[in-house]
Write a protein that binds this ligand. Structure first.
Ligand SMILES: Nc1nc2c(ncn2[C@@H]2O[C@H](COP(=O)(O)OP(=O)(O)OP(=O)(O)O)[C@@H](O)[C@H]2O)c(=O)[nH]1
Length: 936
């Protein structure tokens, strides 16, 4: 008994007890003494002592109940907070699956506990179980307050021993490294035998969800426990063999013949008798409960109302029914006795008596289930002294003893026994085997009585009628039977009061302690995991953060390097291409193949084949130009191949090895470069070069380039400025007058120009004018006039011969000059569509040239076009490769960044978890300490 209750007892002081001869009152020593064993003075002392003991029990119960309610509320709050916090911040690790590797044998320095239970301790695990009754629950449970983050450890727990070997499997007990209340009971298929193996295969989040469900269940159970310990009512189930006298015993306790009795087995219903004053506003009546409808006294639709006198009929009507279908009765019965004498109406606790059907094969299961209910605080087992224990009785008693540990046994009809000592010995021997705990306290728990003696010789016939047997309060021990029954009543009353504390409070205490144990186990496991996670996250961040910074720096540097590289390579390609093409054009304008090793000019096949020759020359010159273009493409391709290798190497050099080794690069196909041009050229010859089809056609100027000679002569005649201005690329067209002047001047100087050409050198303007003056003066002379015609004829013939002989050379020159001029001056954009622009007339050609020159700005010239194209293709490939390198960097950096982000979240989460679980451990330790202080 707690020290704080000692001063309630007047004779608690041992000295005082010696002096007065009165033992200190306690629930235990009070009920040890039976009425009749003491003198009247002693009896008075005893009575006072009992009152004190009742008061003491009452206070202890109230205090313990309040403490446990507070513990239940606090525990419920801890569980609720954990669930709420975990929903957003942490996947709770289940201890049995989430041990921290390598730390299995260590114990957490944060929380140290040893856990032991008294022999026979019954522990409530998981779902609501039966009330456990034990004299003491010894448990040493200490939880040190965590100060700082500890090294990773795995919590250990000691198994809870249970020495009651009657039914080892009846109660789930936590084993080493196992959860109890929050244990996940996974029974699926083949893994049923090894649930923890199944747990390990489940996703952590799934397990956390299951655990959350378990915690939710535990919260509901905590609420039920709170409701139960707040409930002032205690239920006493009276059961036993058929016809043992149960109904007679209940009637005797009530001092009224409420339940029908008969020599034949008759009780077929469970009838709970309650004090009408306490429970039904003083109205005596019977409520017959409806199956499957929860009973509510204030709601008449949940039951049918009957009078007390109708009970016998109800019981008789139910005889045909099985015990499972038999109705449940609530019998409100007024107890007129004083609170001191009444069991139902005792002023301390509301007791109800439940008269159960006699045990047989049919009713055994139903009654056993009924007895297991949490609401049943005490089981009174009535056995006939004549028959002792039947098989059904033995089975029931065996199981009931495991559930409740103590059973109050009434050996009835003891008056019928002649050799009472022998009967007592035999019955007690059986009890010793069936319920050892009851046997140990047999003096209090086993009573040999004659229930019928309470009613005297003429028991009342009408059910509900009060018995005229005198007031048991005034029993003076006139008969041995009534004395025995009075002793039984006193013992039963004290037993109910005493056991109420344990039957109601102990399951709550046990459950709360178990739940706290599990919560601490969960907290320590998660604390350890959080510590490991924090350490790992920190270590990873120490690597990844600098790696990310370095990677970003390298990437920025590489970016500018790649840009420079690209610009350098492309400008090299541009310069090389331009140089090559300019040189090619120069050769072509001189009538030579730009690629003599690849393309050679055709052979002269005579004057008759002059047109064919001219065509072949044009084609050959254009082919040589195409070959030159191909040469610059090949050159650009070669440069690009090298550059691609270099760029990739630059990327790999800057990337970490694991990122650089990833083969996610595209395959570079050099031959795919400039494939577009080749595809374009499939349709028309040289179209891929961006050239007009007209360039392939033979022009008249290929045979005799009159405009060229005119141009030369004109230049000599001082018209250079005029014609040059038309061909200098300025955006100006020749006027009609200018063109006519140019043509007239050309006509005048034609012959002289021819002469000067024949001489193999050109004349200056001064010489030209001098020649004209001389020619004029000569023409006025008659002699000269006479020789003019023959001279002209001879000169003309010579010129024709010379012209014909020079055709093999002049055609390539003329065609080459024409092609080169076109390529140098005509914009590609305008060249393509204007197929009819290059006519065969001198004037139109000049005009076309002039137009081409004038529209140069509309598009690039051939050289610019090819140079740009080559550069663009080269740049495209280089950009693609650079993009690949950037992409590798981007992927690598985004991976590192994601890792950093993940580890930062992990770190934050782990730190949060540490705080949460440390705080939880503190709370759990505090609640546990207060809960453990509840002493029964
Ligand atoms: N002599 C004697 N007879 C008793 C005693 N108790 C009950 N009886 C008689 O035994 C018979 C059966 O009593 P009940 O109280 O109906 O027995 P029960 O156990 O309630 O019967 P069921 O509920 O039907 O199993 C009745 O005739 C009672 O009068 C007793 O202590 N002494």
């Amino acid at each position: 008994m707690s020290q704080k209750y000692a001063n309630i007892v007047p004779s608690a002081d041992p000295t005082s007890a010696e002096q007065t001869g009165i033992q200190p009152a306690s629930p235990k020593n009070v009920i040890k003494k039976l009425p009749g064993e003491q003198s009247s003075g002693d009896a008075e002392q005893e009575r006072m002592g009992k009152e004190q003991a009742v008061l003491l029990h009452q206070r202890m119960f109230a205090d313990n109940r309040d403490t446990l309610i507070e513990s239940i509320d606090s525990t419920n709050k801890v569980v609720g907070q954990l669930r709420e916090w975990a929903a957003d911040h942490w996947i709770i690790h289940y201890p049995e699956t989430d041990r921290v590797e390598g730390t299995a044998s260590s114990s957490s320095p944060n929380v140290r506990r040893s856990h032991s239970t008294a022999p026979g301790e019954s522990l409530e695990a998981g779902a609501p179980q039966t009330a456990a009754e034990h004299p003491t629950l010894h448990r040493s449970y200490t939880a040190a307050v965590p100060h700082t983050a500890s090294a990773p450890t795995t919590p250990t727990r000691k198994p809870l021993n249970r020495s009651n070997t009657l039914s080892p499997s009846s109660v789930d007990e936590p084993k080493e490294g196992e959860m109890s209340v929050l244990r996940l009971d996974l029974k699926l298929g083949a893994t049923t035998r090894n649930p923890s193996a199944l747990v390990k295969t489940l996703e952590k989040s799934s397990i956390a969800q299951l655990l959350d469900g378990r915690m939710s269940q535990s919260q509901r159970h905590l609420n039920n426990l709170k409701a139960r310990i707040s409930d002032k009512q205690s239920k006493v189930l009276v059961t036993g063999d058929l016809n043992a006298g149960k109904s007679t015993f209940v009637n005797a306790l009530l001092r009224r013949r409420v339940m029908p009795t008969d020599q034949q087995p008759c009780t077929t219903v469970f009838c709970e008798t309650l004090d009408a004053n306490e429970s039904n506003e003083g109205v005596e009546e019977v409520h017959m409960l409806k199956n499957d409808t929860p009973y509510d006294r204030t709601n008449e639709s949940t039951y049918t109302k009957h009078s007390l006198a109708e009970i016998e009929k109800i019981v008789a009507d139910a005889e045909e029914l099985s015990s499972e279908d038999a109705p449940l009765l609530k019998c409100y019965c007024a107890d007129t006795r004083s609170a001191k004498a009444s069991l139902l109406h005792n002023g301390v606790v509301d007791i109800s008596l439940i008269d159960a059907p006699g045990l047989n094969r049919d009713s055994l299961k139903t009654t056993a289930l009924f007895a297991r209910q949490e609401e049943i605080d005490v089981v009174v087992f009535v056995v006939s002294a004549e028959n002792h224990f039947t098989l059904s009785a033995k089975e029931f008693l065996w199981n009931a003893s495991n559930d409740k540990a103590y059973v109050f046994i009434v050996v009835n009809k003891f008056d019928q026994i002649r050799n009472k000592d022998k009967c007592k010995r035999l019955v007690l021997d059986q009890i010793r085997q069936l319920s050892p705990r009851t046997y140990e306290d047999a003096e209090e728990l086993v009573h040999f009585v004659d229930s019928s003696s309470v009613f005297g010789a003429t028991p009342p016939v009408t059910p509900g009628e009060e018995v005229k047997v005198g007031n048991m309060d005034e029993v003076q021990g006139n008969t041995e039977a009534s004395t025995s029954f009075a002793a039984l009543e006193a013992s039963l009353r004290d037993f109910v009061l005493q056991k109420r504390s344990k039957s109601k409070l102990m399951p709550a205490q046990t459950y709360v302690l178990r739940l706290l144990l599990d919560l601490a186990y969960v907290a320590r496991t998660n604390l350890d995991i959080a510590h490991v996670e924090k350490t790992e996250a920190q270590e990873n961040l120490n690597v990844d953060r600098p790696a990310l910074k370095e990677g970003e720096k390298r990437h920025a540097k590489l970016e500018s390097e790649l840009e420079m590289q690209e610009e350098g390579i492309v400008s090299g390609v541009v310069q090389g291409s331009r140089f090559k093409l300019d040189k090619a054009l120069q050769l072509i304008s001189n009538g030579q193949s730009s690629e003599p090793s690849l393309v050679s000019l055709p052979e002269w096949k005579g004057l008759l084949n002059v047109l064919e020759y001219a065509q072949q020359v044009r084609t050959a010159l254009l082919e040589s130009m195409e070959a030159s273009v191909k040469t610059i493409e090949d050159s650009a391709r070669g440069v690009t191949i090298e550059a691609v290798e270099k760029i990739r190497k630059m990327g790999k050099d800057q990337l970490p090895a694991e990122a650089a080794s990833k083969e996610n690069q595209r395959v570079f196909l050099p031959e795919a470069m400039f494939a577009k041009r080749r595809n374009n050229s499939r349709g028309t010859a040289f179209a891929g070069l961006g050239l007009s089809e007209d360039l392939v056609e033979v022009k008249l100027t290929d045979l005799f380039d009159l405009p060229h000679y005119i141009l030369i002569v004109s230049r000599k005649a001082g018209l250079d400025h005029l014609l040059e201005s038309a061909s200098d690329g300025k955006e100006r067209s020749l006027t009609k007058q200018e063109k006519e002047n140019a043509a007239a001047a050309g006509g005048l100087t034609l012959s002289l120009g021819a002469v000067t050409l024949l001489g193999g050198k050109t004349l200056g303007a001064k010489t030209l004018i001098d020649s004209v003056l001389k020619f004029t003066s000569l023409a006025s002379n008659g002699t000269v006039r006479k020789w003019t015609a023959p001279v002209f004829a001879v000169v003309g013939s010579v010129l024709v011969v010379w012209y014909i002989r020079d055709l093999p050379n002049s055609i390539p020159r003329n065609a080459g000059r024409s092609i080169a001029h076109e390529l140098q001056h005509a914009p590609i954009a305008s060249t393509r569509p204007s197929t009819s622009g290059l006519s065969t007339t001198v004037s139109s050609h000049a005009s076309a040239n002039a137009n081409a020159a004038a529209t140069t700005k509309e598009g690039p010239t051939f050289v610019e076009f090819q140079t740009n194209r080559t550069a663009r293709e080269t740049r495209r490939v280089l950009r693609l490769v650079s993009w690949e390198v950037h992409e590798m960097f981007r992927v690598h950096l985004s991976e590192v960044r994601a890792r950093v982000e993940k580890e930062e979240n992990r770190l934050k989460s782990a730190k949060g978890a540490q705080n949460e679980f440390e705080s939880m451990l503190q709370k759990v330790a505090g609640i546990e300490q207060r809960t453990r202080e509840v002493d029964f």
